[in-house]
Design a protein around this ligand. Structure first.
Ligand code: BTX
Length: 311
């Protein structure tokens, strides 16, 4: 209530009447908020007003004004975790609902693909996993990575005005540098998905990076020149994701594929794809309806690339 009325004082009485709790309870909550970094002014006979909001990712910050039907309705917020993916897997297998999200201020063992690490320092980025339980065949799950990329690009654009590019399959680049990583993992039987866990890592307010990635990584703050509110970005991504996911479940992958292609920089270029089965060089023709990359080599043979690092 306070953050929705930044210009006004709300009296303890008005808040307690609205929420159906005592004025002492209101006061206790105000104290809790102060402890977590909110500056709240209290003026006798006028009431409370938020003077400064911390850049936090608590469930109340994410859920305030969120217009989704189910994405983000359950938020698990942690100060520090090994990886939000691991926590999400556990919550999903214990009955966690579709649309549940797990966010952390810091990951001490953030995961990239193929056992790589994802650098996730405290309080600066978005380290988030989403639980999905789609009724689709397991082999279609990679399409959800591409759908996520479109949702993230749209979400970032809506809040910052910045236009990012997609490098197949899961990198989002800004001015040629890596801004976002997406990791899709699945719990499934041979023919049925139990859950898909989509991990999204976004560099938001970092101003520097470790030596190994300082030439290749960037953040929204570096590109935009000012601090960005992480909760707004999450909200916008969840709203875009839910909209695209519903289109996908109703109409299939084709409409998503068209949106994805509009942002993809890999297609139509000469590339090298390093896969587990070796390296392939050639022309990136496009993606299939399943989201698989088609690469034509110099002999004119077409290879289907399921997963690779692209240069
Ligand atoms: P990836 O394997 O495509 O990228 C990992 C590689 O990217 C690393 O080897 C390193 O070179 C570089 N890198 C590491 N950290 C960063 C960073 N912060 N910014 C830019 N480049 C970096 C991409 O894997 C998938 C990453 C998913 C991360 C999310 S965060 C929430 C969720 N929880 C979790 O543990 N992982 C996911």
């Amino acid at each position: 209530m306070l953050t929705e009325h930044p210009e006004e004082y709300l009296s303890g009485e008005a808040i307690s009447n609205y929420l159906g709790c005592s004025r002492t309870a209101v006061w206790k909550h105000v104290e809790e908020l102060r402890k977590s970094g909110y500056e709240i002014e209290a003026v006798p006979r006028r009431g409370y007003r938020v003077v400064h909001k911390p850049n936090l990712l608590t469930s109340s910050e994410i859920q305030a004004g969120l217009s989704t039907r189910y994405f983000g309705k359950n938020v698990h917020y942690e100060k520090s975790v090994s990886s939000t993916q691991e926590l999400a897997h556990r919550i999903a297998s214990e009955g966690g609902e579709e649309g549940t999200i797990i966010v952390a201020e810091e990951q001490v063992a953030g995961k990239g693909r193929l056992g790589r690490q994802w650098y996730s320092p405290i309080g600066t980025g978005i380290w988030m996993s989403m639980i999905l339980k789609p009724k689709i065949p397991p082999q279609q799950a990679p399409q959800l990575t591409l759908l996520t990329a479109v949702a993230v690009i749209r979400g970032i654009h809506a809040i910052t005005g910045l236009n990012c590019d997609i490098k197949w399959p899961n990198d989002i680049l800004l001015n040629g540098k890596k801004l976002v990583g997406i990791l899709t993992e699945m719990q499934a039987d041979l023919d049925q998905i139990q859950s898909v866990i989509i991990g999204i890592g976004i560099n938001v307010n970092q101003i520097s990076f470790p030596e190994e990635i300082k030439e290749t990584a960037t953040s929204l703050r570096i590109e935009k020149g000012k601090e960005i509110n992480r909760a707004s970005i999450i909200k916008s991504i969840l709203e875009n994701f839910e909209e695209l996911y519903e289109i996908y479940l109703k109409e299939g992958f084709l409409p998503i594929k068209i949106m994805w292609e509009a942002h993809a920089i890999t297609i139509g270029k000469r590339i090298t794809a390093r896969t587990m089965g070796g390296s392939f060089q050639g022309f990136a023709q496009g993606i299939t309806d399943e989201g698989i990359l088609l690469l034509e080599d110099d002999l004119g043979d077409t290879h289907k690339i399921y997963s690779a690092d692209i240069e």
